[in-house]
Design a protein around this ligand. Structure first.
Ligand code: MN
Length: 332
């Protein structure tokens, strides 16, 4: 048997996200150590991770060294790819100057797969051969379903491809456009492991073509949404029978994860709702006075300013892309 432990986004950082009430860096280290123990106890061959190792492209040196030390306690190889939070301006070309790149240099067991064009990594041999590939976050991710298949061939008819992707693969239609449909996405791989969406659709066996999709959700909870409060933090054990050519996934709960209401603070969310309500009232008030439509939508505001100032369409498009990127950051 070939076994992998697949762990969702980490978002390592040196301080607390706004809505966390416990000690986030300490919790992160505790969870990583639990992950390593689960991996060893289950005799896995490697730990797999879909990117967003760090919450930002650059963290302080003290933070970097502390996490490097914890990762160096892991006796197993860790294979990951690059998430949108790991790079500058959503530009995967900036990887070489990020904290993740430095972490990779400090942790010999950590392997960052940088491109879906990289040669498939040969993981195990039986009658079937197990190969690992990955697609990092990039400007192409989720455009026409891109990201969930390697861009190289396995060159082996008996390959079982395991593909990691940092993309918005979902089992439902979200309130934004850039995502891929779990039920339709095309792939050469057999097992597709995704992150980026922190809630995770879980484990899905696509009966039409026998593909296995897994997103257990992020290891660390960043927001205090209702879904995050009730979500069980878990990892997934992927088991591949390289003789029979079968594969499956099972969840393993993270025991050190506290109940959401103990570590996530809802009060700011309530404050935010109140602020939004006040804004709506305010805009209704202005509309009543001026009779004009109030520009509440950022796209409208940019279009309006661009038209008034006669900016070129290229500038407007770039501005909107940057803002979209920031929005995704908030959502992911
Ligand atoms: Mn993420």
């Amino acid at each position: 048997m070939v076994k992998f432990l697949f762990v969702g986004d980490w978002h390592l950082r040196g301080n607390n996200p706004r809505n966390r009430t416990d000690d986030y860096p300490e919790v992160a280290k505790e969870k990583l150590r639990e992950v390593f123990k689960i991996a060893v106890d289950n005799g896995v061959d490697a730990i797999l991770q879909p990117g967003d190792i760090f919450d930002r492209p650059e963290v302080g040196i003290a933070v970097l060294l502390e996490y490097a030390q914890v990762l160096n306690e892991c006796p197993l190889d860790i294979y990951c790819t690059i998430g949108n939070h790991d790079i500058y301006g959503y530009n995967v070309e900036s990887y070489y100057r990020t904290s993740l790149r430095l972490l990779e240099m400090l942790v010999p067991n950590l392997h960052v797969i940088q491109s879906s064009n990289d040669k498939p990594i040969y993981m195990a041999k039986g009658r079937y051969k197990v190969y690992l590939t990955a697609t990092p976050y990039s400007k192409d991710m989720d455009i026409n379903g891109y990201g969930y298949s390697p861009d190289v061939e396995y060159n082996d008819p008996d390959a079982i491809g395991v593909h990691i992707a940092h993309g918005m693969l979902l089992d439902h239609k979200p309130p934004f456009d850039r995502y891929s449909d779990l039920y339709k996405v095309d792939t050469k791989a057999s097992v597709i492991l995704t992150g980026h969406d922190h809630m995770g659709y879980g484990i899905y066996n696509r009966s039409a073509d026998g593909k296995l999709f897994v997103n257990p959700g992020s290891l660390l909870r960043m927001s205090a949404s209702v879904g995050e409060i009730t979500r069980q933090v878990r990892v997934a054990l992927i088991t591949i029978d390289e003789i029979k050519g079968t594969y499956s996934a099972d969840f393993i709960p993270i025991e050190s994860a506290k109940p959401g209401e103990e570590v996530l603070d809802r009060s700011r969310i309530e404050e935010e709702k109140e602020r939004q309500y006040a804004m709506e009232n305010f805009s209704a008030l202005i509309q009543g006075h001026t009779g004009n439509k109030v520009l509440m939508d950022i796209n409208q505001i940019i279009d309006q300013v661009a038209a008034e100032e006669k900016y070129s369409p290229d500038v407007v498009r770039t501005a909107l892309q940057i803002i979209d990127g920031q929005r995704e950051k908030v959502e992911a």
